[in-house]
Design a protein. Structure first.
Length: 500
């Protein structure tokens, strides 16, 4: 009895061992060639197992091998079927677009949905302090002036829709509402800054339609949030447009050429000046005597639209439109540009031309000039020259003939910071001059200037690049007047900026 139990136990162990070996080595179902069959035969021949025990254990081993083989084949088939099913489901139901919200300093909060939509919200504010010590008599005497103001508070919504080729921008300057009309601020009073759609057919050809900044005068094209001084130069304010503003309603074609975008071009047609300067005449259309009165935020020209064009060459690759080399550019960068602007039949007299008494001030202007900018390892240089021709409508008017004025500025600065957050100190200087036509000196308050010369020094500290900075500049202005009288003004500005 003990012998039979022992033999059965040993046989089962050998069967289990043999089954595992067969499964591992891929042996066939012929029990005559298996290890366990041979062991069982040896045990039978030596009398350890009876013939009945031998047959019983042999049949058990055969069944176990068959079951293992069947189970493995079935399991492999089920796995393949499951893989095929999952693959079909993945192909039939592709993953849908996902949304995300992110923030980048200076570029605002971005809401994205898939690859077809993005909305970015940006905002910057510029509070400042202004002190003026005028050198010329004023209506209240030759006294000092000091005041605080919020120069700009601009909010912008921009991004792309229905793909990255179609971009948009809508921006508002809420500080303008306060300055223009404290009681009832409206969009027509100048709060609306940009409102356009831009579509890219190719990097070399974009079409922009709506209200936008004119591509004229490099410093005016640069955002006021990216300036090296507290504000733009007097030359920029004088020549960027006839009315001293830089936006208009119209359409612009533009693009960048070559692989490294070395060449930029811009061509714009617009209404002209952004503020009304008279009531347009109604044009009767059809037998019913109806009227056509265009909604014109411009100069109400009757003879045509304003034309603006700019080209720029960047021989060392894209230069960008921001003053000061806060990136401490490791390779020298150079930008050279040229622009032209034609404004037909300007009504009103924002240039302060001395027209004869009783003469309606209507004139044409042409303005053109080159610009240059350079930056390298913290050093930044920029200069522009502009010439303007002023021609009365219809030729000579009351003795007033074609006149001209020109102006230029040059500025240079060095940024001493070096960390990745663009933190550090910068010192900069600028000279600017405007030479008015001697025969038609503009009636600019306090009036009768023949030439203005500005000498400006600026000290800035950038806490986070242009996104968070504190700037102070001091200007010594020499105003040359008729009868060879000069006045010397002193202007101090302290400005801060937060851009997020």
């Amino acid at each position: 009895m003990i012998r039979s139990v022992r033999a059965l136990f040993l046989g089962c162990a050998l069967v289990a061992l043999g089954s595992s070996a067969a499964a591992a080595n891929g042996s066939d179902d012929d029990d005559k060639n298996t290890v366990e069959s041979r062991l069982l035969k040896i045990l039978r021949d030596r009398g350890v197992l009876k013939q009945s025990e031998f047959e019983e254990l042999s049949q058990l081993a055969a069944r176990m091998r068959a079951e293992d083989s069947t189970t493995s084949i079935a399991l492999e088939r089920e796995i393949k079927e499951l893989e095929a099913k999952l693959a079909n489901q993945a192909a039939a139901k592709p993953a849908g677009p996902t949304g995300s919200i992110s923030y980048s300093p200076g570029k605002g909060m971005a809401l994205k949905y898939g690859e077809d939509f993005e909305l970015r919200l940006t905002f910057y504010i510029q509070p400042r302090f202004l002190y003026i010590n005028p050198g010329a008599p004023t209506s209240t005497g030759n006294d000092d002036r000091a005041s605080f103001e919020v120069k700009r508070a601009e909010m912008a919504f921009e991004g792309y829709a229905f793909g990255k080729d179609t971009t948009y921008k809508v921006s508002f300057d809420v500080a303008q509402a306060k300055q223009i009309d404290n009681a009832t601020p409206t969009v027509s009073n100048g709060i609306l800054r940009d409102c356009y759609i831009d579509h890219m057919f190719d990097p070399a050809l974009h079409v922009r339609f709506g209200q936008m900044k004119r591509p004229f005068l490099r410093q005016a094209w640069i955002s006021s949030s990216r300036l090296e001084f507290v504000d733009r130069s007097e030359v920029s304010d004088r020549f960027r447009s006839v009315n001293g503003r830089d936006r208009g309603d119209g359409v612009m074609l533009w693009g960048a050429l070559f692989d490294n975008k070395e060449f930029e071009w811009y061509a714009m047609v617009d209404n002209g000046e952004p503020l009304n300067n008279g009531t347009p005449n109604n044009d009767n259309i059809g037998g019913g005597g109806g009227s056509f009165l265009p909604t014109n935020s411009a100069n109400d020209d009757s003879s045509g639209l304003e034309v603006v064009a700019r080209i720029a060459y960047n021989p060392m690759g894209p230069f960008g439109y921001a003053e000061a080399d806060l990136d401490r550019t490791e390779e020298p960068k150079l930008a050279i540009g040229f622009q032209y602007m034609y404004t037909p039949e300007r009504r009103g007299n924002p240039l302060g031309i001395a027209f004869p008494a009783g003469t309606l001030p209507i004139y044409y202007t042409q303005t053109l000039g080159p610009d240059i900018a350079f930056k390298y390892m913290g050093f930044f240089f920029q200069a522009e020259y502009y010439w303007r021709q002023i021609q009365p409508a219809g030729g000579t008017v009351g003795g007033f003939q074609t006149a001209s004025e020109d102006g230029w500025y040059a500025q240079a600065g060095y940024f001493f910071g070096s960390d990745e957050k663009q933190r550090g100190f910068e010192a900069a200087i600028r000279f600017a001059t405007i030479d008015f036509d001697q025969s038609i000196a503009p009636a600019v308050t306090p009036g009768n200037d023949t030439q203005d010369n500005d000498y400006t020094a600026c000290a800035s500290y950038y806490f986070y690049g242009h996104n968070l900075k504190l700037q102070t500049d001091f200007t010594y202005r020499v105003q040359e007047r008729t009868a060879r009288i000069n006045y010397h003004d002193q202007i101090l500005r302290i400005g801060a900026q937060l851009n997020f």
